[in-house]
Design a protein around this ligand. Structure first.
Ligand code: AMP
Length: 182
């Protein structure tokens, strides 16, 4: 199964991925986590990505698509993927479809976590990550609305979109996601 966890920064994608990956036997791929690891190791990719991340901007599609493609194509297990933080642009969504198609796979479900802005800002400010300061948060929410939100329509038209209320407790949200997949 290929499951995409979709939603704005602070919606709880990472938290829900941790709840779901074992239950569903999926490999968790978080582009944010992979990028943070590259930054901490000071790799070429990490150095390129850091300036975008610090500003709350998206890392270029080319870098992201290359990075994800490696992971998906080199999967030699029969596990599917739980994608978290990817795709974030229409180009990434189309590239994902292409790379899956070449492995005879497709996106099966896109779970969109719905949380309003005031709760998102509250959550992000309390998280204390280096890109979670007030100015960067505002930019990330704008970037989300302008560049990422259009993907929802893309998946709605393919019939894979499931909208889940994301401001309940972690357990309730995870239970609701799980039962929506059955
Ligand atoms: P996240 O942990 O998902 O909030 O990602 C942290 C930062 O990494 C984002 O603000 C972006 O700068 C970058 N990033 C993560 N995933 C992507 C992606 N799919 N496309 C572009 N940039 C990304």
């Amino acid at each position: 199964m290929i499951l995409v966890l979709f939603g704005p920064p602070g919606a709880g994608k990472g938290t829900q991925a941790d709840e779901l990956k074992d239950k569903l036997n999926l490999i968790h791929l978080s582009t944010g986590d992979i990028l943070r690891e590259e930054v901490s190791k000071e790799t070429e990719l990490g150095i390129l990505a850091k300036k975008f991340m610090d500003a709350g901007e998206l890392v270029t599609d080319e870098l992201i698509i290359g990075m994800i493609k490696n992971k998906i194509v080199s999967n030699d297990t029969d596990k599917g993927f739980l994608l978290d933080g990817f795709p974030r642009t229409i180009s990434q969504a189309k590239a994902l479809d292409e790379m899956l198609k070449s492995n005879s796979l497709q996106v099966n479900h896109v779970v969109s976590l719905e949380v309003n802005d005031s709760i998102l800002i509250e959550r992000l400010l309390s998280r204390g990550r280096s890109d979670d300061n007030e100015e960067t948060i505002k930019n990330r929410l704008d970037v989300y609305k302008n560049q990422t939100l259009p993907i929802k329509e893309y998946y709605k038209s393919s019939g894979t979109l499931i909208e889940i209320k994301g401001d309940d407790s972690v357990e309730t949200v995870s239970k609701n996601i799980f039962s929506s997949l059955k």
